[in-house]
Write a protein that binds this ligand. Structure first.
Ligand SMILES: *Cc1c(COP(=O)(O)O)cnc(C)c1O
Length: 348
């Protein structure tokens, strides 16, 4: 894989913006900082944050077993996705591939960036059709988005199929692992050295219980990371987020325990849902949600709203006719959901 052929010319050629905190960092503790037009009176937040979030990356490197130089942090993984589009896809010329039904942001970002999106449907049991993907690749295809465990289906993609695409595509394979902590399958971050065209995305929004701080991670070979760093907004991960991330990483054990509980709640919920007569199918899940097919998704969705419970109606997604997606709640919340469904079940 040649990055010089893959990346946009203007991005390869441009010089990155050099911020004041790039040139002199907080580590120059005894210095007087009169370089960034900050308010000098200490509020705890009067200085710009570390543009590279170095402390967070060092802590994450230990946790994830990936060197800091193979990591980019973003304002959510959505920002890392947008950086990938802007670094690699020439508007009105280049193309990307996604595998519906899947996460909606790939399509939104393709539209915003004026990139043609070629959609190659998953099979009815939500697996990758490798040959169909190969057939959809053109000379302008820069990125292929895979999501495992997939949202909204919840299943993991076949590992061999992912590797087959990595081997047979010259562009980047972006593997979205937002839910990987809930899966039995290992993360592909351990494969980064084997596949120079692999980009793995993870997030603080799901297993790490911090959707509110907006912190996403991208893992890839150094050249890709350097290119993305070049175009990212200099202070994209703010000081509050960096500080909170350090606390979250230090408490990783707590979140591991929560993940264990959510997995066992998911299976308890699955068993309870089997007893509801209007639940027609429960799909396998290795994420913190369940996709279920009901008799009438719109009806059941609104009936649940009336009982004060919001689930996601996915009926308009491919292969998801009459499907609702349910995020696993606390044990109490799940009991209330099951009770509400049992009451509806008794009504008819
Ligand atoms: C929730 C989710 C994300 C998380 O995005 P953030 O911007 O990090 O909150 C990414 N990908 C998928 C598939 C998701 O479901």
């Amino acid at each position: 894989m040649k990055l010089s052929e893959l990346a946009r010319k203007n991005v390869l050629q441009m010089k990155p913006y050099s911020s004041a905190r790039d040139e002199f960092t907080e580590s120059h503790q005894d210095f007087i900082f009169q370089d960034a037009n900050e308010n000098p009176f200490n509020s705890g937040y009067n200085r710009y944050p570390d543009p590279h979030a170095s402390k967070v990356k060092i802590a994450l490197a230990k946790l994830k077993g990936v060197p800091a130089e193979n990591m980019i942090l973003g304002n959510g993984s959505d920002e890392v996705l947008d950086l990938l589009f802007r670094a690699f896809c020439e508007p009105k010329q280049d193309e990307v591939i996604s595998i519906p039904p899947t996460y909606g942001m790939y399509k939104v970002l393709a539209e915003v960036n004026e990139i043609k999106l070629n959609e190659v449907p998953l099979t009815k049991d939500f697996q990758i059709e490798t040959e169909a993907i190969l057939a959809a690749i053109t000379s302008r295809t820069k990125l292929i988005f895979l999501c495992s465990p997939n949202n909204p289906s919840g299943n993991v993609m076949n590992t061999k199929a992912i590797k087959f695409i990595l081997k047979n595509f010259k562009g980047l394979v972006v593997l979205d692992e937002a839910y990987i902590d809930f899966a039995t399958q290992a993360s592909f971050v351990s494969e980064l050295n084997h596949f120079p065209n692999l980009v793995v995305l993870q997030t603080f929004s799901k297993a790490f219980a911090h959707a509110g701080i907006r912190l996403g991670m991208g893992f890839a070979q150094t050249e890709i990371i350097q290119l993305l760093n070049k175009i990212k907004p200099p202070y994209n991960v703010n000081q509050l987020t960096q500080a909170k991330a350090m606390e979250v990483i230090a408490s990783a054990e707590t979140y591991k325990n929560q993940v264990e509980m959510l997995i066992s709640e998911r299976e308890l919920l699955r068993n309870a849902l089997k007893k509801i007569s209007f639940v027609e199918k429960l799909f396998p899940s290795e994420a913190n949600f369940l996709l279920m097919k009901v008799d009438n998704a719109i009806l059941r969705y609104h009936q649940l709203i009336e009982k004060g419970i919001v689930v996601r109606n996915r009926t308009n997604e491919l292969h998801c006719e009459n499907c609702l997606r349910i995020s696993i709640g606390t044990p109490k919340e799940n009991i209330k959901l099951v009770q509400a469904l049992l009451n509806l079940n008794a009504q008819k």
